[in-house]
Structures are given as structure tokens and as C-alpha cells.
Design a binder for this molecule. Structure first.
Ligand code: TRP
Length: 332
């Protein structure tokens, strides 16, 4: 029925965005802005599901994430940037979708299980957190999104969304809701500078898009490498070596990368040479982002977000109306 290509993505505003976001999804989003209708959602309600006791943090980071979007090249002329809580239609859709998925199915979600390991409420999961994937299905379907550029931790959530779409269309004998597919970035799970876990704000092991050149340099030079690679002439390990993980993600010259790896394995390539190369690559990636960030006019931010949210609301309201129609609960 529909052959329009629609992109929807979003981020929880729990902190500023980092290089993992950039390589995992932002880069794709920026290149998709042109051929697709495009919505980018700052998912403040979803962020509250595990930060309900710290709403100030979420509110502050709505602005930070918006700045990261603009600085990396998301263009509000091409893409509708919206705040989730300003589109209440999403939460009515969520209510209808809640009937279409079982609690055990939600509990089986590997992304939820993973996230729970780090939560204080791990042993008594809230209804809100368990069911945020339902709300995410509302986000996706409200805009009839077909393509979702995100990291691979989101795959399990898109599966839930597609299950809800199929169930809805079957139960109500319709085809109004549309399934979507994930578009993965080059590196879906960038490791943190400590080499222990995925880069994240909460683990304090990420390089943020808003870090100053000095901080970036200091973080690069503190990266975990191969603890047995002591002298330059020693043979080194590439696997598990954070500098190589970042070179994999950010060095675009495949031949150069391969030759650096073989030289490192053989011995004769020092960590400081590699770190200096990586530092240069990251500095030249981040410099134009910083430059663009400096042009953002603080006073226009909320205006842009409120406007985008109104546009988005119009689209979501049309979907909601159709959903109520096929369920058979329109009275006016
Ligand atoms: N779950 C995403 C995250 O953790 C944020 C998000 C909310 C999202 N709604 C979405 C992503 C819809 C893609 C599509 O950052």
C-alpha cells in the first residue's frame, strides 16, 4: 500500500552523544536525510522510564542532544526534529498496542535484560520500563517509518515493533501499519576507552562529540592497548586493543589499516605512534562538528523543537485517527 520511504530514529536524552552514536547511527541518519522523509525524536518519555527520579537531567539533555544533532549536520530544514513528550498521540497508540503483546514476550527482550543489569530496580522492574518497547513501537508506527538507522542494541526493539504491527494488522484486518527495518552503522557497538564495555555516558568511558580537543587527546592517550606490548619492538595484539577498535571505526583507508595491524603484530610499531594517528583522525572529524556547534543560536533551539513537534503531531494524529477507525472506536 505504501511505498514512501520514511526514516525515524531517536535517542534517549540521558547524556550528550558520543562517538559510538556517531558511527553507529548519526552518520547514517545524516546521509539518509536526502532520499527519505525523516523524523528524529528526542525520546524524553522513554528516558524517564529509567530516570523518573531525575527529570532535570533529562530536560537538560534534550537541549544537549539537539545541539549534537545540529552540530553533526542533521538539518531541521530536511528533517523533523521532535520531542517525544510533545506528541501525546504516541501514548494513546501505546495503550492500544499494550493489548497486542504478552508480558512474557516483553520479559524475554534481550535489550531490556541487558539494560536491567545496571539498574537499581533490576529486581522489581517497573511496568514503565518493561513496556517502553511498546511505546517505541508507537513512535515507529505513528510516522509509518520504514527505515530505522540505529545501533544493534535496537534490533530487539524493532522486532517487538514489527510483531505488534503484524498482530494489529491481523486482529483488525487491515494493512494500515507498516513494518520497518533497521539500518546499522559501520560499527554498531563501539567499545569504551577502558576496553571493558561499550562506550557509554554512565560508564564514563566515551569520547563525546562535544569534548574539547584537549580532552579528546587525553582520552585517546589513556586508551587501553595491549598490556604485554611494552617495548616498541614487542609483538602486539590487535584484538581487544581499543586504539585498533577506534581505527577500525574511523580510519577509512582499509589498506593503511591492514598494514598498521600487520606491523603492530610483527613488532616495531609503538602505541604512541598509533595514538597520535588516531588523535589526528578524531580531531579532524570533530573540528567541523565543534565549528557548527558554535553557530547554534541558543534562543532558537526551543522554537525549532516545538515547531518540529507540532509537525510531527499532525502526522501522528492522522495515524491515530486511522488506528481508532479500524479498531472501531470513533464516535465523531
Ligand atoms: N531506544 C532508543 C535509545 O535507546 C531511543 C528511541 C526511542 C528510538 N524511540 C525510538 C530509536 C524510535 C529508534 C526509533 O536511544
Amino acid at each position: 500500500m505504501q511505498n514512501k520511504r520514511v526514516v525515524l530514529t531517536g535517542d534517549r536524552p540521558t547524556g550528550p552523544l558520543h562517538l559510538g552514536h556517531y558511527i553507529g547511527s548519526l552518520k547514517n541518519r545524516i546521509s539518509l536525510q536526502d532520499g527519505y522523509e525523516c523524523f528524529v525524536m528526542i525520546a524524553d518519555v522513554q528516558a524517564l522510564s529509567d530516570n523518573f527520579d531525575n527529570p532535570q537531567k533529562i530536560k537538560k539533555n534534550v537541549i544537549e542532544v539537539f545541539k549534537d544533532y545540529i552540530a553533526t549536520g542533521i538539518d531541521p530544514q530536511k528533517c523533523t526534529i521532535l520531542i517525544q513528550s510533545l506528541v501525546p498521540e504516541l501514548f494513546e497508540l501505546t495503550t492500544y498496542y499494550m493489548n497486542l503483546i504478552s508480558v512474557t514476550r516483553l520479559e524475554r527482550n534481550p535489550t531490556i535484560k541487558n539494560e536491567l543489569q545496571h539498574k537499581s530496580f533490576a529486581n522489581s522492574i517497573t511496568a514503565g520500563f518493561l513496556s517502553y518497547p511498546i511505546s517505541q513501537a508507537a513512535d515507529i508506527t505513528a510516522f509509518k517509518a520504514t527505515h530505522i538507522p540505529v545501533g544493534d542494541d535496537q534490533i530487539a526493539l524493532i522486532e517487538v515493533s514489527n510483531e505488534i504491527v503484524r498482530r494489529f494488522n491481523r486482529v483488525y484486518n487491515t494493512d494500515i501499519l507498516v513494518e520497518s527495518e533497521v539500518i546499522l552503522g559501520k560499527t554498531s557497538r563501539l567499545i569504551g576507552i577502558d576496553g571493558v564495555a561499550k562506550a557509554s555516558k554512565s560508564l564514563n568511558n566515551a569520547i563525546f562529540l562535544s569534548d574539547s580537543p584537549e580532552v579528546v587527546k587525553q582520552k585517546v592517550y589513556s586508551m587501553y592497548t595491549d598490556p604485554n606490548h611494552i617495548k616498541v619492538s614487542d609483538q602486539g595484539r590487535v584484538e581487544g586493543n581499543v586504539v585498533f577498535a577506534y581505527l577500525d571505526a574511523f580510519l577509512n583507508d582499509e589498506d593503511e589499516l591492514a598494514s598498521l595491524k600487520s606491523q603492530y603484530r610483527r613488532g616495531g610499531l609503538g602505541d604512541s605512534v598509533l595514538k597520535s594517528l588516531l588523535n589526528e583522525i578524531l580531531q579532524s572529524l570533530l573540528a567541523p562538528i565543534a565549528e557548527k556547534r558554535a553557530t547554534i543560536i541558543e534562543e532558537t533551539i526551543l522554537e525549532t523543537l516545538v515547531h518540529g513537534s507540532e509537525v510531527a503531531r499532525g502526522v501522528a494524529a492522522t495515524t491515530l485517527r486511522a488506528v481508532r477507525d479500524v479498531i472501531g472506536i470513533t464516535y465523531n
